[in-house]
Design a protein around this ligand. Structure first.
Ligand code: ARG
Length: 457
């Protein structure tokens, strides 16, 4: 009778089942976890102090092999957890087999993944802070450069470049808050839950939590081994962050066109065309634009894996790793590139000023002047619409309309109309909190610096 559990595994099945080719990168967390677990076992009298010494020595040796990239994966190492234990036992002897006392791969893997998510949430926070600092210094260097602000990609109202750049600062600040949230959802230690129901030993989970930097322990063993919410949280934060990077990238692509000519990326982040010598392509910005959907897709993929899963551990959960790892790599690379690319962007003041000097951009301000003279806004909107049409028909700018024409077209208007068309006045009148008037941008900049200081940047 062939045993149900002893049939040699089909290589095809192994190819599907094995996760070692990607979960290898959990090794540092797995080793750290195992050291803490072994210490707990000894403290709780579950293994002897001599056992602990042997285990620690063996784990150090495995760690050295992994660091030196000399660790050899055996054919039937299904995953990194089995590979490390196998190698530990080869090095330390049978005592290696004691390490898995009071532990299952189910609580072990959940713990490794939580540790990795924590470490990379921290990394994302640091990279975001660097990017936010870059935006602040760019804003400081371009305080009063004027450019059109857009809605529907149509020139709408002029703004200062500092104001435009700082808009991204606040988007990334929210991303920072989202990664902070990941720090809280990875704060409960899964280890100690065993396979699903707890373990047959009086372990000290709080000791392990403290050793590994977790704030507390997962209170329910069934939840502990089935929970991957923290991966969803990280992927979700990463997806939103990648979307912001994509918007930034897209804007740089647009601004780098000859049609806009607002900016130029440094050669280090651009390519030439092999055919057309005049071309400089903003490749890095294009790739920032293109990476976001891939990260969002990883989030959707994991929702797909998790939805409808009954408690507790199911092999499906192994599918959390590739989306997570690819997201970590993609996001961190994009954050690094975005900061460096921005540091080297040069803006073209003349091109921006020229685009912002389009007088028709002042139409809202003219309408508001009418409002101040007692005309209801809706009516004012109509009057200014007529004024703009008349000016266009007569081939004139707004400021070229004579006082006589003004009396004919909008009798409620007075000489202040001409002052208002002064380019600076349009920006400087946006004095509401969060507006583009220089005084408000300075307030905003002070706030941004404060936020960054408090974030530790
Ligand atoms: N490689 C597995 C994973 O990533 C580890 C846990 C395996 N547990 C089990 N009972 N087969 O999910």
């Amino acid at each position: 009778m062939s045993g149900r559990f002893t049939d040699p595994q089909d290589p095809l099945f192994q190819a599907l089942n094995s996760s070692i080719r990607f979960d290898y990168r959990l090794a540092p967390y797995d080793l750290e976890q195992s050291r803490a677990h072994a210490r707990m076992l000894a403290r709780s009298g579950i293994i002897s102090d001599e056992d602990l010494t042997e285990l620690e020595r063996g784990l150090d040796a495995v760690c050295e092999e992994i660091d030196a990239d000399t660790f050899v994966v055996a054919e039937d190492d299904e995953d990194i957890h089995m590979a490390i234990e196998r190698r530990l036992t080869e090095i330390a002897g049978p005592v290696g087999g004691k390490l898995h006392t009071a532990r299952s791969r189910n609580d072990q893997v959940a713990t490794d993944v939580a540790m990795l998510v924590r470490a990379h949430s921290l990394e994302a926070k640091e990279l975001l802070q660097r990017l936010m600092a870059t935006l602040i210094s760019l804003a400081e260097r371009h305080m009063d450069w004027r450019l059109p602000g857009y809605t529907h990609l149509q020139r709408a109202q002029p703004v200062y470049l500092s104001h435009h750049l700082l808009a991204y600062f606040w988007k990334f600040r929210r991303d920072l808050q989202r990664f902070n949230f990941c720090m809280t959802t990875t704060d409960d230690l899964p280890l100690g839950a065993g396979a699903l129901a707890g373990v047959n030993f009086d372990t000290s989970r709080m000791f392990v939590a403290q050793e590994l930097g977790f704030g507390g322990i997962a209170e329910n063993s069934l939840d502990a081994v089935s929970n991957r919410d923290f991966v969803l949280d990280y992927l979700s934060a990463a997806a939103t962050c990648a979307t912001h990077l994509s918007q930034l990238g897209a804007e740089i692509v647009l601004w780098s066109t000859q049609e806009f000519g607002f900016c130029e990326v440094s050669d280090a982040f651009a390519s030439g065309s092999s055919l057309m010598p005049q071309k400089k392509n903003p490749d890095a910005a294009e790739l920032l634009r293109a990476k976001a959907p891939r990260v969002a897709a990883h989030l959707v993929a994991l929702h797909g894996v998790l939805h409808g899963l009954p408690l507790t551990y199911n092999k499906d959960l192994q599918e959390d790793k590739e989306p997570l790892f690819d997201t970590v790599d993609t996001l961190e690379l994009c954050l690094r590139v975005a900061a460096e690319m921005l540091e080297g962007v040069s803006f073209n003041r003349e091109a921006m000023e020229a685009a912002a000097s389009d007088e028709f951009i002042a139409a809202t301000d003219v309408a508001d002047l009418l409002v101040r003279r007692g005309v209801p806004f809706r009516e004012a909107h109509g009057i200014v619409g007529g004024l703009v049409r008349a000016a266009v028909d007569r081939g004139k700018l707004l400021s070229e309309l004579t006082e006589e024409e003004l009396r004919e077209l909008a009798p409620q208007l007075d000489g202040q109309f001409y002052e208002l068309l002064d380019e600076r006045a349009i920006l400087e009148s946006k004095v509401s909190d969060g507006g583009t008037a220089m005084a408000r941008v300075r307030d905003q900049l002070a706030q941004a610096r404060q936020v960054l200081r408090e974030a530790g940047g």
